[in-house]
Design a protein around this ligand. Sequence first.
Ligand SMILES: Nc1ncnc2c1ncn2[C@@H]1O[C@H](COP(=O)(O)OP(=O)(O)OP(=O)(O)O)[C@@H](O)[C@H]1O
Ligand SMILES: [Mg+2]
Length: 254
Amino acid sequence: MARKIVVTSGKGGVGKTTLCANLGIALARMSKRVMLLDLDIGLNNLDVALHIESKVVYDFVDVVEGKCRPMQALIQDETEPTLYTMPTCHLAKRQVTVDATKKVISRISDMFDYILIDCPAGIDGGFRRASACADEAIVVTTPHLPCVRDAQKTITQLDDKIATYVVINRMRGDLVLSGEMLSAFEIFSLLGKIPLGILPENDDVNCNLSLYTKRPAFAMLAKNLDTGSADMFDCEQTYRGFWGKIRRKLKRNV
Ligand SMILES: Nc1ncnc2c1ncn2[C@@H]1O[C@H](COP(=O)(O)OP(=O)(O)OP(=O)(O)O)[C@@H](O)[C@H]1O
Ligand SMILES: [Mg+2]
């Protein structure tokens, strides 16, 4: 039976889809059987993040509507054979209910170790549908106060029975050291849930997924999720000491 984990945030554009894609790859590299399920019906882009748009024939809504079997809507990753994605569509003709979504998930749950559910932003219908199908949640936030506040509100909307983890995305070590950005410790304390990982701000996040995921932050995140360890990526390391100070100055002058 798969661990069903919803990736949510409250605020939009904080990196849920990016996290789903990269965490999926990192878990698959640990030989885990992973399915990524796009439940962001309407603004779906998990297929885009994974560069598999051209391979989409059937999607999640087709499975719900009985047009195909779940297996027919799964797309196997080219480089990670244990990673599968079930995309979704721009427009669902009818409302997709929680029960229908749960039914689809239960039909394939035994085939995987992890089902990562990409959730829409906000805390309305789409969020409720995605979170009702999961037994764990990853709440993604950036180190900006409005985003942390939205993450707080999202946490209050999650069922108490759901194990909830926090990931801080787009962390800038140089700004934390200069006191211009909230530190990871402050954010984890404010949110009061299980710290799962810290991901640095990184401009190549979209350039080459397989190259990007070789970076240690996602490997740490996957290991923490799988084993319960608590290793955190140190975004400040490159900005400490004499050379770090120079790097900080140079970054500021870009
Ligand atoms: N660590 C990062 N460093 C730099 N850019 C990032 C990082 N994480 C995400 N991004 C960029 O931020 C943008 C939004 O990311 P993404 O689509 O994953 O967010 P989202 O939370 O899924 O958005 P939505 O709420 O619209 O579904 C993308 O262009 C992505 O490349
Ligand atoms: Mg998204």
